[in-house]
Design a protein around this ligand. Structure first.
Ligand SMILES: NC(=O)c1ccc[n+]([C@@H]2O[C@H](COP(=O)([O-])OP(=O)(O)OC[C@H]3O[C@@H](n4cnc5c(N)ncnc54)[C@H](OP(=O)(O)O)[C@@H]3O)[C@@H](O)[C@H]2O)c1
Length: 218
């Protein structure tokens, strides 16, 4: 399958590498065509790895992944272009983290809105699925870094799009029952609001190889 990844940071490159290893084709998108990190990534990725602008990545992908900071995701996706994203599944892995000069963390948007919802509102013809934002990039593509049964969450309006994303997550190594569907895209609020808690847990453990494990009475 062809994937377009909007974002050349740790998450974009980690997801791109895993998708290539799984036999998919990837275009990694950045603001400019000559991004040195993206060019270096494409060079080592081989024939199925490409790089270009956000618009190139969006046009290329049958599935598109937003891997930019939630505070700039709308700008990045506007540059990608609504026409390139129309009808496509967009997996949004972003978090809207804002750090003050003293290191204090807030989220923007928060409480009554989320990046997932902002994207779905601005791109109504795109099938937005929130997911993967609650785990570290390495755990995203290698869930066995954390022992035992643990969970991912997804949210979105389009049931088929969520099934398509779940199938990709299964290829990453997430067992079928480990992906919990929280409902419509408004559930992205809670998923994004886990981040201040997640960062405290990382401080507690001193590393990022951990995850949430949800137990129920059934
Ligand atoms: N790090 C993790 O383990 C982890 C885990 C879960 C979720 N997340 C979330 O995943 C997302 C990506 O994180 P990351 O650390 O990989 O990357 P990042 O540093 O947050 O974002 C990198 C991308 O943002 C683009 N960018 C920067 N400023 C921009 C602007 N003003 N307008 C448009 N695009 C802009 C960059 O473009 P260029 O390519 O042109 O430089 C680059 O492609 C974030 O929302 C993060 O919270 C991260």
């Amino acid at each position: 399958m062809r994937f377009g990844i909007i974002g050349t940071g740790t998450v974009g490159r980690t997801l791109a590498g895993k998708l290539i290893a799984l036999g998919h084709e990837v275009t990694l998108g950045s603001r400019t065509k000559d991004n040195t990190g993206a060019l270096a990534w494409a060079e080592q990725a081989g024939a199925r790895g490409h790089c270009g602008t956000f618009a190139d990545a969006a046009a290329f992908g049958e599935v598109v992944i937003n891997a930019t900071s939630g505070t700039v995701s709308l700008q990045a996706l506007r540059a990608a272009g609504a026409e390139q994203l129309a009808g496509k599944v967009l997996l949004d892995v972003s978090n809207p983290l804002v750090f003050s000069p003293t290191g204090e963390l807030t989220l923007d948007p928060v409480n009554t809105d989320s990046v997932g919802e902002q994207i779905q509102r601005e791109f109504p013809d795109t099938r937005v699925v929130k997911g993967l934002n609650t785990v570290n990039a390495m755990v995203m593509v290698d869930p066995r870094r954390v022992p035992g049964q643990h969970n991912l969450f997804i949210a979105g309006e389009d049931v088929e799009a969520k099934a398509q994303v779940t199938a990709v997550l299964e290829q990453f190594g997430w067992p079928a029952g480990s992906v919990l569907d929280l409902g419509g895209i408004a559930a992205a609020r809670g998923m994004e609001m886990l981040m201040p808690f997640w960062l405290r847990l990382m401080g507690h453990f001193g590393h990022a190889d951990f995850n949430y494990s949800i137990r129920t009475a059934e």
